[in-house]
Design a protein around this ligand. Sequence first.
Ligand code: SF4
Length: 157
Amino acid sequence: MRRRNPLSSSKDPHVEMIETARIVKKVYEDLSTNPPERNCTLQTECCRFQITGKTPMLTKGEAVVAAKALRAAGRTKLPERADGACPLLHPYTSRCMVYAGRPFGCRTHFCEAAGGPYERKEVIAHIRILEEVDERLGGDGPRALQPAIRDALAELF
Ligand code: SF4
């Protein structure tokens, strides 16, 4: 069942999306300094879900930020990928199409080359904020990247 914070129910959904996207971006910005950012060297191994067996789970605010970044890159739909890799991994350049707006899990992930995953206690304050944003937007908690971004794209104005 969809959650909705009654405090925000009277707000214009467009305004709400803009405000919450700002909060999510601030979380990403804070994460770049506290705790120290992992050293992502764009190896993109973690983007190949068929190899890692793991798919990032996104709260609704993260999905909105990634969807906006994808739209800004000129895409209105989530690209298809037949090989099981992240649909946001560009098939020719092998670069993330939404790197600046990539989800939290892509920043705190399991990539050993980047320094390994954060411990939950290191990032719990960030997670709490993302959960609050999810609730504010009427989200259902973390969802797999593909459906989360597909739905966020459909909701964008
Ligand atoms: S969103 Fe970007 S960084 Fe995250 S898994 Fe997909 S391609 Fe990789």
